[in-house]
Design a protein around this ligand. Structure first.
Ligand code: KIV
Ligand code: ZN
Length: 389
């Protein structure tokens, strides 16, 4: 098999994720999440936006002082004040500190938000990168709203910031607007038309407004991107960011067709997801890919029978590979005799064929009345059956 290219995982749970309603965290909470991200072995932790508040400054500083292994990034706008403040917090990470500065490049943002011309944006972007570079060799520049930016101008900006010293250039889909085919072409175009592109890593940062953030990120790495920005549970502005667990497991599960790997320790995925939910109080939807409560639960009899015979009939990855103990066979009206018998066995019941048949009939009648049949229901049902004259 061809050698797999390693894609860097840049986790922005503590910055873009935290920016979304209900997800803000205090310093201690951010530090707990950062420690779990360290165990997860992400390559970069974006710890916050130091100029945004005293609390965020302190959180970035504490994370920079404490976490060993991943690089620590802090976000800042393209102004001297922002950049200086970011480094003030990040300097404790030493050579692992990364300044992440950004400026919008789309016509709509330049006209209505920045009120700047293309020339001014280009000049400011270069100035910002040079300022950041005076502190650290590790500088990322983001062309905010890159997907809605004129492609020729995007080429110009990317070339200029790399010449100024950016070692990572991010091409965000800030408003979650692109589709995989289009995003692939944008990244490919940059790869083919920016003369100094090989001097920097192309990063992608996808929002999920159309539910395409993971698909778009995959298309981007196929076109040559080397870093993917994502969050635990896909939290983030509006509909969220590319979900770390979905991207990582897609890459791992389909390496037959996607020649990539990540450094992530995937068995730490479920602990990371649960820790974040516990801290923010926001649970994940039950049918969420990878970490939802139903992602490894089977209710239908046909599926239950299949996984009892051979798990890969209905599971494309093992629950253990993401840090779950086992899959779950949920007993409900679609369940079959195999799963029913197995659960009774786990509960310590060994019924004769005749008792089992009668108990199964009563179980089906009960399941028609309830969404799920629990172990306590089975205890009562079996006791009833066995005590029957
Ligand atoms: O979505 C976005 O464009 C961002 C940038 C600041 C990277 O979050
Ligand atoms: Zn974003």
């Amino acid at each position: 098999m061809a050698e797999l290219k390693t894609i860097k995982i840049f986790d922005t749970t503590l910055r873009d994720g935290e920016q979304s309603p209900g997800n803000s965290m205090n310093i201690e909470e951010k530090l707990r999440v950062a420690k779990q991200l360290q165990k997860l072995k992400v390559d970069v932790i974006e710890a916050g936006f130091p100029i945004a508040s005293e609390g965020d400054f302190e959180a970035v500083k504490r994370i920079a002082q404490t976490i060993k292994g991943p690089e620590i990034a802090g976000l800042c706008r393209s102004s001297e004040k922002d950049i200086d403040r970011a480094w003030e917090a990040l300097k404790y990470a030493g050579e692992k500190g990364r300044i992440h500065t950004f400026l919008a490049t789309s016509e709509i943002h330049m006209k209505y938000k920045l009120k700047m011309s293309r020339e001014q944006v280009l000049e400011n972007a270069v100035k910002a990168v040079k300022r950041a570079k005076s502190y650290t060799p590790n500088v990322e520049f983001s062309c905010e709203d890159a997907v809605r930016t004129d492609l020729a101008f995007l080429v110009q900006v990317v070339e200029a910031v790399i010449a100024a010293g950016a070692t990572t250039v991010n091409i965000p889909d800030t408003v979650g607007y692109t589709i995989p085919f289009e995003y692939f072409n944008i990244i490919r175009h940059l790869k083919e038309n920016v003369p100094n592109i090989e001097q920097a890593v192309i990063s992608v940062h996808c929002h999920n407004d159309l539910g395409l953030s993971v698909a778009n990120s995959i298309a981007a790495v196929q076109a040559g991107a080397g870093q993917v920005e994502c969050t635990i549970n896909g939290i983030g502005e509006r509909a969220g960011n590319c979900s770390l667990e979905e991207f990582v497991m897609a890459i791992k599960t389909r390496h037959d067709i996607l020649p990539f790997k990540t450094n992530v320790d995937h068995e730490q995925i479920v602990p990371a997801s649960r820790l974040l939910s516990t801290i923010t109080g926001i649970g994940v939807q039950p049918n969420k890919a990878i970490v939802g409560a139903n992602a490894f639960a089977h209710e239908s009899g046909i599926h239950q029978h299949g996984v009892l015979m051979e798990k890969s009939t209905y599971e494309i990855m093992t629950p253990e590979s993401i840090g779950l103990k086992a899959n779950v066979l949920v007993l409900g009206k679609h369940s079959g005799r195999h799963a029913f018998k197995k659960r009774l066995g786990e509960l310590g019941y060994d019924l004769s064929d005749e008792d089992l048949n009668r108990a199964f009939e009563r179980f089906k009648a009960l399941a028609d009345l309830k969404k799920e049949v629990f172990d306590e229901d089975l205890d009562a049902l079996v006791a009833d059956e066995v005590m029957r004259p």
